[in-house]
Write a protein that binds this ligand. Structure first.
Ligand SMILES: Cc1cc2nc3c(=O)[nH]c(=O)nc-3n(C[C@H](O)[C@H](O)[C@H](O)COP(=O)(O)OP(=O)(O)OC[C@H]3O[C@@H](n4cnc5c(N)ncnc54)[C@H](O)[C@@H]3O)c2cc1C
Length: 472
């Protein structure tokens, strides 16, 4: 493992050669100040600058553009909602709305965001190797296959159109991607694969071209009405958006959406291979560059990159005591080995040398549902808790925040993640024990399902899902 790069934010970030953006911090009151230069903050800056060219807009980041999950992710621009559909539906129903309809609108809005993001990228000349090959959700066990069949039904009930998802047989699956032991799969049409660091840095370029100021190495410590306190001094603005995802709990504020137990940073770790020779690709297939996921409880997500590598991610060590963040992304050997094992389980017998490993933090609320808040009195907005599904929904979040700041009531401002607050996370050490126990249950459940060949989901996994709030 000595030649494998570890951390350094991510393979994507290192190879994209991110350039510094060190505009001086503004001394005048800004119309819009955005904290966090990930996808959410930059989409918000982009849309605001296009719709209000007269506004003064500044984006600040504690580190640099794409330092967070936006520069480290699996590059799945997917249709997956940033939350548990059953929870959002229940909330809408208890507010007197049609819960199913609320989720269908949400689903359609997230799916539309993919096309909108791809259109903007094209218009702005952002080449992040994007390709809309869909995603393949593959079952390697009978229990996984049963779950996929059920998922298909739930997806259709919750807003996917029948022509957006197809159920593929074992042989149809293996024709697309030759996953060992594949029993069947769901193919989702809309998903696109991207290089995340090229996407986020291309978006930062576009934002700067529109006259937005980006100030890196400017960490917000406290946010209150009109003022963001940083180590470089206080910044003033009429409207403030806080888009720092897994770090939201570290910022002091008395406003809605903040608080140290509102969400926790959960680790997601990735490994990427060296470019693989044609002979390997001949055996694996994967010609459409579909994003790939398995149906295990300890699931993986993967993509084939433009330059012929496999990037694959999963949980590994899921959570650091005290909600410590992933820092520069260094990964422990155990996690790397578990991801290598997962890769070998998909494509046994292939030589798949690893080039780089890293991890990042995803923001997870207690019910795994993202929440979006805008306080009219202070004019501070915050969105967080994408739970690993932010690459497309960050655009939707940014548009919604802006519409709320403009005082508009639209289809977007009625979506069920608006003002959705979960209950608080338990204090430590219960939190650490709970998260680790849940992933342990999932690992044991996966092993049981594989060993027994049962068509039914393990009781342990059902129990774990209910405990964690993941059950739909
Ligand atoms: C390994 C990994 C794989 C993932 N894979 C996928 C995937 O394939 N598909 C998908 O949809 N989602 C995926 N996600 C999740 C997705 O990347 C996120 O949901 C999304 O990028 C969140 O964007 P964001 O802009 O809200 O937050 P971030 O990208 O985390 O950006 C937050 C920014 O805020 C800055 N910041 C933090 N604190 C402060 C402060 N106090 N002051 C100023 N700035 C601050 C950070 O430096 C950072 O740049 C993955 C995440 C990880 C970690």
């Amino acid at each position: 493992m000595s030649t494998i790069r570890n951390g350094e934010v991510s393979f994507w970030s290192r190879s994209a050669g991110m350039r510094p953006r060190n505009a001086p911090i503004p001394d005048s009151r800004q119309d819009l100040l955005i904290v966090g230069a990930g996808l959410t903050g930059l989409w918000a800056a982009y849309i605001a600058a296009r719709e209000h060219p007269e506004w003064s807009i500044t984006v600040i980041d504690a580190k640099h553009v794409g330092y967070g999950a936006s520069g480290r992710n699996g590059g799945w621009m997917s249709t997956l909602l940033p939350g548990n559909r059953a929870v959002y539906a229940k909330r809408a129903t208890s507010a007197g709305e049609d819960g199913g309809e609320a989720i269908r609108s949400f689903q359609k809005a997230v799916t539309r965001s993919i096309d909108e993001a791809l259109d903007i990228m094209k218009k702005e000349g952002i080449d992040a190797g994007q390709v809309q090959g869909g995603n393949l959700h593959v079952a390697q066990t009978p229990a996984g296959l049963t779950r996929l069949k059920r998922r298909h039904e739930t997806d259709l009930r919750y807003g996917y159109e029948p022509d957006e998802i197809s159920f593929l047989s074992a042989s149809e699956t293996r024709e697309r991607i030759n996953v060992d032991g594949a029993l069947g799969s769901l193919h989702y049409e809309h998903t696109a694969a991207v290089n995340p660091a090229l996407m986020v840095s291309g978006l930062a370029d576009a934002v700067e071209r529109l006259g937005v100021r980006i100030c890196e190495h400017t960490e917000a410590a406290r946010v209150e009405k009109g003022t963001v306190s940083t180590a470089r001094g206080a910044l003033h603005a009429t409207t403030v958006f806080v888009c720092v995802e897994a770090s939201t709990g570290k910022i002091e504020s008395s406003l809605p959406g903040f608080g140290s137990r509102e969400l926790i940073p959960v680790n997601s770790s990735m490994i990427i291979t060296e470019p693989l020779p044609d002979g390997v690709w001949k055996q694996i297939g994967w010609e459409n560059r579909d994003c790939l996921m398995d149906a295990a409880h300890t699931f993986i997500y993967a993509q084939r990159t433009v330059d012929g590598r496999i990037a694959i991610g999963g949980r590994g060590n899921p959570y650091f005591f005290g909600s410590r963040l992933a820092g520069d992304g260094e990964v422990d050997t155990r996690t790397v080995h578990s991801l290598m094992k997962k890769l070998a389980h998909l494509f046994p017998g292939q030589e798949l040398p690893i080039a780089h490993v890293w991890r990042g933090s995803i923001g997870v609320t207690r019910d795994w549902c993202a929440g979006l808040f805008f306080d009219r009195e202070s004019r501070v907005g915050v969105v967080r808790g994408f739970a690993g599904h932010g690459v497309s929904s960050t655009l939707l979040a940014a548009k919604t925040l802006l519409e709320r700041a403009e005082g508009r009531e639209t289809e977007l401002t009625r979506l069920p993640w608006n003002d959705h607050a979960a209950k608080k996370w338990e204090p430590e050490p219960i939190r650490w024990v709970g998260v680790h126990a849940m992933y342990r249950l999932f690992a044991v459940a996966d092993a049981w399902e594989e060993r027994t060949g049962s068509t039914q989901t393990s009781l342990l996994a059902r129990f774990g899902s209910r405990l964690a709030g993941l059950h739909e």
